[in-house]
Design a protein around this ligand. Sequence first.
Ligand SMILES: [Mg+2]
Ligand SMILES: [Zn+2]
Length: 197
Amino acid sequence: MNKRRAVFLDRDGTINEDVGYPGTFEQIRIYPSSFEAVRRINRAGLAAVVVTNQSGVGRGFFSEEALRVLHDKMKAAFLAENARLDEILYCPHFPASSVPEYAVACSCRKPFPGMAEKAREALLLDLNGSYMVGDKVEDIRFGVNIGATPVLVRTGYGNKTALRLKEEGIEPAHVAADIGEAVEWIGRREKRRSGNP
Ligand SMILES: [Mg+2]
Ligand SMILES: [Zn+2]
């Protein structure tokens, strides 16, 4: 049986501006190109899965409940544009947290693969055939660690990350201007994969 594949998407700096620990949806500015990008992922039959490190929870900046409300509103904002985010997974942990529950060296903080494993079980995914789109070194390392195809975007910290990846000798499969271009590139790859011209 062919398993479903996914495009994993980082959140801050990839689908919305990175403003630093936003705790409410009202602080979120979604990039205009994100809606069409997610529609394209939906049309391609790939799962759209957001994977986001949210240590703001462990740092005490906002609660996990507030984060869930933010994510529900984000999903609704995409649905209003006919774009479906299949899952939004987050890591709330922060090793130096004053809350014991969050003060753990977890396996879900990117670049560790925990969120991808959770998504794989929930959506029966083939991780090797999946993609990871993000703006930071940990996003690209996460993509490598789960065996997916990593794509760097130049939004958010992307330009700094491009330099750091060179220093560290890691090469993403593609570097795109933004999420829109990243998903166009994925679309071209998918066409080649399916043998269509
Ligand atoms: Mg980011
Ligand atoms: Zn975690």
